[in-house]
Design a protein around this ligand. Structure first.
Ligand code: ZN
Length: 137
């Protein structure tokens, strides 16, 4: 159905999609997260050298974070720490369990982690006070 002016048409469309989004907010968010993740995976596969460069850039910008991650990965690999099957907060099993560096990334806390599932880990990270990126720009 044609509208008289394009602006009304645009607003109508936006209004409709917004209304839909609000009605199914959680589902819409889930779809958004999923497609964001899949897009990242496709991009990684399509341009592996760019993905490697991006990771290297991340490591340069987040040195201490990367060191903490490597230390933890190594400790898990060589059996110094056992990674539990379930999330320590919501007790979910059968999902990806991540080590949350809840005391920060200083060397003495490298292996001091709380094991959380992905959603709990994201919540924990979001609750942390905002710290601007140290990229030097
Ligand atoms: Zn959890």
């Amino acid at each position: 159905m044609p509208y008289k002016d394009p602006e009304t048409r645009r607003l109508k469309q936006v209004g409709y999609s917004l209304a839909y989004r609000l009605r199914h907010l959680e589902r819409a968010r889930e779809i958004g997260r999923r497609s964001y993740y899949l897009h990242g995976q496709t991009w990684k596969k399509k341009t592996p050298e760019k993905a490697r460069l991006a990771y290297q850039n991340w490591v340069t910008a987040n040195r201490e974070k990367a060191r903490a991650h490597w230390a933890l990965n190594g400790a898990v690999r060589y059996g110094k720490i056992t990674k539990p099957e379930s999330c320590e907060k919501c007790l979910a099993t059968g999902c990806r369990i991540e080590g949350h560096h809840h005391r920060g990334y200083a060397k003495e806390f490298w292996l001091d982690v709380v094991w959380l599932c992905r959603p709990c880990h994201n919540l924990e990270k979001r609750n942390r006070p905002f710290k601007p990126r140290s990229r030097g720009r």
